[in-house]
Structures are given as structure tokens and as C-alpha cells.
Design a protein around this ligand. Structure first.
Ligand SMILES: CCCCCCC/C=C/C(=O)SCCNC(=O)CCNC(=O)[C@H](O)C(C)(C)COP(=O)(O)OP(=O)(O)OC[C@H]1O[C@@H](n2cnc3c(N)ncnc32)[C@H](O)[C@@H]1OP(=O)(O)O
Length: 299
């Protein structure tokens, strides 16, 4: 860590991860998120440009950014710190893993574990959604790879979605394909983005969309060549930043608060429902088959 802690670098957080902030070239301040004990094990990387107020959060949980308990917790802590940091005005969410934005919830967290584990895991899924969907600052998803189910949900919580123009990448809520059901708050997030009829078909069939099809149904807002995803996200962020902050923030909250409040009013019941659903033999069997299918696909 000594190599990173050069002159002018300031430790600005604590907890399971640390944020290091320090002056670097061009008078900008960069913020790097590293794990407190083993820097190389950090699952996200955050760079905050204090001259623009734009933070780029890169997911780097090999192989496919699947959302397990630790990863979700780390993302949540970093988002919280950025939300409290006055020098940060907006966050771009993107992936450091090739070809994948996020593979969604880690299926291994929902398979063959005990009810206590399922409850803790689901609470962390609720937590990340509540944090992101109710986030006061601007968020833009720079979707540089495939984004099924929980990965799509993360993208859907953003204020704007820009996807790489690569027909091999797909995005959507494919839960029914796994024999599981997206909960009401996944459904509402989708519904608020693409409208009722499209969400209904999309959820029932568990549809995955190529970037151009995702654009047609407004699941993403823009499709650009892969190498331009991040620069376009930065340009778009600048447009958002030109709007008076309090007015934008209140407008965002007005659109989203009813859905956020709905989950807040029944978090424990939602966890109970998840635990009972996921513990069913039939559901465990479906997940086991899906995992085997993923492994077989390779051979
Ligand atoms: C009331 C009850 C409510 C219940 C609601 C639950 C809501 C659930 C939401 C979810 O997010 S469920 C997860 C849905 N995700 C998927 O279906 C994605 C599955 N994965 C893929 O389609 C592909 O892996 C990929 C992401 C497109 C990447 O393809 P690629 O060819 O690049 O890599 P693979 O060889 O397929 O995968 C590498 C490695 O990773 C494992 N893996 C992939 N996805 C997951 C995952 N979501 N969870 C855990 N593990 C995953 C895959 O099995 C491979 O493992 P190894 O064979 O290397 O061990």
C-alpha cells in the first residue's frame, strides 16, 4: 500500500474498504477504493475527478461481476461514501471485466445454503436497490457488456443507460428462464422504464435484448460504439450537471419515492417471502439445473 500512499494522498474512509484521496497530475484529485486488508482483493475501483465531480465506479469481481454478499456490501459502502462526499456530483457505473457488465445475482448465494444465509443475502440485495434507486446524486450506467437479471436491475436504477453496440451483449430480466420470479420492486423498476405492456412480456418470457432491441423499448437510452461508452457517459453526466441540482434531485425523488417507500414498508415480509420461495425443493432443483447448464455450455 506504501506505493499508493504518496504525498498528498488522504485516507477518507473506514469500514470494510478504504477510500484514498490524493492530488495527482493536472491538479485533479483521484479517489481509489481499496480493501483495507488486501488491496488487490477489492471488488470495485472508484476514481473521483474532483475538477468535474464525476466518479467512475468500476466493478471488478472476477469472472463475471456476479453479485454476491461481499460485493454488494462493498458497492453499497462506496456509494454511501460518495453520496456523503460533497466533491462528488455524479457516479458512472461500469465494469472492469471484459464483455460483462454484471452476471446478476450470484446464483451460488441462493443455492444449497441455509435460511439465515438467504435472509442476509436478500437484505443486501434490497440494500443496494434502495441505495441506488433512491440515490440523491446522478447515476449513469455505462453498460460495457452483458447484463442479465440483477445486472440489468443495477443498470435500471441509473438515471441514464448507455450500452456498447455489440450484438453479443444482452440485457434484460431473465429470471423466469431460471424458474424464479423477479420480486415486485424489480418489476416496478422495469415497469417505470419501459412501460406496462413491454414489462409484462419481458418479465413473463424472461427476455434478453441486444443493444439495438433494448434501445427500441427504451430499456437503454443510447447505444454507442464500445470504445465510446465511457466518454459518452461523461458527456451525458455533464449535461445532467448543468441542471440546478436541487430541482433535478426533487424531480428524481418524486418519480421514484412511491416505489422505494413500497419496499421500505415491507422489507421483512419481502425477506421472509424470498427465503421461503428460494428454499423450496422445486426452486433449488431449477437453480441446480441452471448452474449445470452454465457449466455444460463451456464444454
Ligand atoms: C421471491 C423470490 C425472488 C427471487 C428473485 C431472484 C432474482 C434473481 C436475480 C438474478 O440476478 S439471478 C442470476 C441471473 N443471471 C444469469 O442468468 C446469468 C447467467 N450467466 C450467463 O449467462 C453467462 O455466464 C454470462 C454472464 C453471459 C457470461 O458468459 P461467459 O461465457 O463469458 O462466462 P461463463 O463461462 O458462462 O461464466 C463464467 C463462470 O461464471 C459462472 N457464473 C455465471 N453467471 C453466474 C451467476 N449469476 N452466479 C454465479 N455464477 C455465475 C459460470 O457458471 C462460470 O463458472 P465456472 O464454470 O467458471 O465455475
Amino acid at each position: 500500500m506504501a506505493a499508493v500512499l504518496r504525498r498528498g494522498v488522504k485516507l477518507i474512509s473506514s469500514g470494510s474498504s478504504q477510500l484514498l484521496s490524493g492530488g495527482c497530475k493536472h491538479g485533479r484529485t483521484s479517489t481509489l477504493c481499496i480493501s483495507s486488508s488486501r488491496p488487490s482483493s477489492s471488488k470495485i475501483n472508484v476514481e473521483l475527478d474532483s475538477s468535474t465531480g464525476i466518479a467512475v465506479m468500476r466493478f471488478q469481481n472476477p469472472l463475471v461481476n456476479s453479485l454476491n454478499l461481499d460485493f454488494l456490501t462493498e458497492i453499497c459502502i462506496s456509494l454511501e461514501k460518495l453520496e456523503l462526499d460533497k466533491s462528488c456530483r455524479g457516479v458512472i457505473l461500469t465494469s472492469a471485466q471484459p464483455k460483462i457488465f454484471s452476471a446478476g445475482l450470484d446464483i451460488l448465494e441462493m443455492y444449497g445454503k441455509n435460511p439465515e444465509h438467504y435472509a442476509a443475502f436478500w437484505k443486501s440485495v434490497q440494500e443496494i436497490w434502495l441505495k441506488l434507486y433512491g440515490y440523491s446524486k446522478i447515476t449513469i450506467a455505462a453498460i460495457n457488456g452483458s447484463s442479465p437479471a440483477g445486472g440489468c436491475l443495477i443498470a435500471l436504477t441509473a438515471d441514464y443507460r448507455i450500452m456498447a453496440d455489440n450484438p453479443r451483449y444482452t440485457i434484460g430480466l431473465n429470471e423466469t428462464q431460471l424458474g424464479i420470479v423477479a420480486p415486485f420492486w424489480f418489476k416496478d423498476t422495469m415497469l417505470n422504464t419501459v412501460g406496462h405492456r413491454t414489462a409484462e412480456l419481458s418479465l413473463q418470457f424472461g427476455l434478453m435484448y441486444t443493444p439495438s432491441d433494448a434501445l427500441k423499448i427504451n430499456l437503454v437510452d443510447l447505444v454507442v460504439p464500445e470504445e465510446q461508452v465511457l466518454s459518452t457517459a461523461t458527456e451525458t453526466m455533464t449535461k445532467f450537471l448543468a441542471i440546478p441540482g436541487h430541482a433535478r434531485e426533487i424531480s428524481k425523488s418524486m418519480m421514484r419515492k412511491p416505489v422505494v417507500d413500497r419496499l421500505l414498508s415491507c422489507r421483512d415480509a419481502d425477506i421472509k417471502n424470498f427465503v421461503s420461495f428460494i428454499s423450496k425443493d422445486s426452486i433449488q432443483k431449477s437453480l441446480g439445473q441452471y448452474l449445470s447448464m452454465l457449466k455444460q455450455k463451456k464444454s
